[in-house]
Every structure is written in C-alpha cells, then in structure tokens.
Design a binder for this molecule. Structure first.
Ligand SMILES: O=C(O)CCC(=O)C(=O)O
Length: 309
C-alpha cells in the first residue's frame, strides 16, 4: 500500500485551505468537495458486492475476537466489516489514495498519517431495523489504547447520501468537550452501533451540560464523491435509512505518526483491548506496534520518498 506520495495539480487544489483547517479545528468536522469520480465509486460498490458474496483479495491471518465482521448468516441488519482496506484491493487502492491521506494530514496538522482502521458499512433501507440507528458516540472512546488525540475518520458514502439515507450526523464543536468521569459499565470494547441508544442520548446531554455547551446536531449531506472528516472526540451518530435503497459507506481512519499503544483499564479494572492488539507486530518492549506496515501503513507523507518505518 505504501509508495510515493505525490498529488496531481488538480488534487493539490482539493487539499484544505487555511480557512478549511480553521473550520475543522473549530467545529470538529469538515466536508470536502468531491474527491472520487463515479467510476471510482462504482468500482468500490462492485468490490463491496463481491466481498458480500464471499470473495476476498487478501485474508486476515487471524480474525481478532472484537472485529466487526458481518457474514450472510448474521441476517439483514446493518453490516459492519472491519479491515476492509486489508481484505479488498479496490478499497485499498481507490479509497486510500494519497489525496485522502493528504487531506487528513493537513486537517490534523501533521506531516504524515498512517492507516488506523477501516470498515465497510451497509445500512439497509428498513425504518424498523433497530441496528440501523447508530447511537451518539465518539471514536476516541473506543480507541483509548492510543496515546494520541490526533486520530481522524473519513466517512466515504459510495453514492449521494442525505438525511433520508440515515447520513452521518455530527454534534458541532463537541470535540472540544471535556470527558465526563468514567461511568460504571462503560465498556470501550463494545461496538459503537451496539451501545444502548437512550443511555447514549442521556450521556450526550450530560456531557454537554458538564461543559456548559449546547447540543447542535449537523446532518452531513453528501453528493457522491464527497467525503467528511471528523475528529476522534467529535460526537456523531446516524438515523434510520428511509431512502428505499441501501446506504453504502466505507470509513477510513487515520492516526498521526507519533501515535502509540498505551496500557489502559476500563472502570471495572479490566484491560482495554483493541482488535489490532492480537494482529499487529510487537514493539521491542513487547507491546502492540501501531506502525506495523502490514496493518497500519503510511498513507500520506509530505516527504514523497517511500516510507520504511
Ligand atoms: O455509519 C454511520 O452512520 C456511523 C459510523 C460511525 O459512527 C463510525 O464509523 O464511527
């Protein structure tokens, strides 16, 4: 996946301006102009169909226990397939193209970024399917094993995506909020889509009040090819898909270069574990190495030479 990091003049113009970066820093999210052509999106949609039929370009050597990995026997609810950039060549080559990493790096304000994780998401058009509603959460809550707060998620719909599709909704400026003290039963290992919705609604109200802030939801409206980026501390979620066709999305998440593993325990004292921890190589002191080029390759560097971490 790693190579030379160069952009065409047209791509260079799509990188965020200083005003765009200031917007991201203030609001905790940013919506780009179209970055992908219809042809690129069609290739990824076809790759997604092949994936759901069971085809893989590359198989994970092991599937960590906490990986979200929909299989046909799991039924017709919302589908999440982690490590899609590892298992699908189309996702890796098209959606992880240097431009996307270059935008992530500029928004974060870092010279290079590595892949953190990736997920293929399919939200069926079914207003009554409970799994279709994604409760409010921050990504950082699930990534407590990271030393860095500079992680960012690119949300890439594979078609126009508006409110009726159950689009991503962010809580404006919530990345600036301080965390509430940990609550008993708060399990960072639990998948964000499976957390109790009412409890998460209350948690958001409590977090806003703790910070003297107001809850300002912003539904992100995408034309095909547009991508949103959100800070790992930005609260976000999404509603049901009422559009009549499936909502198809890939999320690509980036970590800045200095991010490392750190030990952390949940409120009950149990170690917090991330799915990478049984997959990536070890550092010299025996801990998970989040710069393993196999699973966390460099996706952008201002230095255009190939990277060898
Ligand atoms: O699919 C969605 O609507 C939300 C995805 C999400 O919350 C995430 O990837 O963190």
């Amino acid at each position: 996946m790693e190579g030379r990091f160069t952009l065409s003049p047209g791509e260079e113009r799509l990188r965020p301006s200083p005003e765009d970066v200031a917007f991201y820093r203030n609001h905790g999210w940013f919506l780009t102009p179209p970055l992908f052509t219809e042809r690129e999106l069609a290739s990824v949609r076809e790759a997604g169909e092949r994936f759901y039929r069971g085809e893989r370009d590359r198989l994970l050597p092991i599937r960590p226990s906490r990986t979200a990995y929909w299989q046909p026997g799991d039924g017709d609810g919302q589908r999440h397939n982690d490590y899609i950039a590892y298992e699908s060549d189309a996702v890796r080559t098209i959606l992880c193209k240097p431009l996307v990493g270059a935008i992530a790096a500029r928004l974060i304000g870092t010279p290079s970024v590595r892949l953190w994780s990736s997920t293929l998401i399919h939200k069926p058009s079914d207003p009554d399917e409970p799994s279709n509603v994604v409760p409010w959460h921050t990504d950082r809550h699930h990534w407590q094993v990271c030393t860095s707060d500079d992680l960012i998620t690119a949300f890439i719909p594979l078609h126009d995506c508006d409110v009726e599709h159950g689009t991503l909704t962010v809580l404006d400026s919530s990345h600036t909020w301080d965390d509430l003290p940990p609550q008993p039963g708060d399990d960072p290992n639990r998948h964000f889509a499976g957390r109790p919705r009412q409890a998460m609604d209350s948690a958001v109200r409590a977090a806003a009040s703790y910070n003297g802030a107001t809850v300002q939801p912003v539904p992100l409206r995408f034309r095909a090819g547009q991508v949103s980026f959100h800070h790992c501390r930005t609260y976000h979620g999404s509603g049901p898909n009422l559009s009549g066709s499936p909502r198809q999305v890939v999320t690509i998440r980036f970590q800045e270069a200095s991010n490392r593993w750190r030990p952390v325990t949940d409120p009950s004292g149990s170690p917090v574990v991330y799915s990478h921890d049984s997959l990536v190589r070890r550092t010299d002191d025996g801990h998970p190495d989040y710069s393993d080029p196999e699973f966390c390759p460099v996706l952008w560097s201002d230095d255009p030479r190939p990277q060898h971490p």
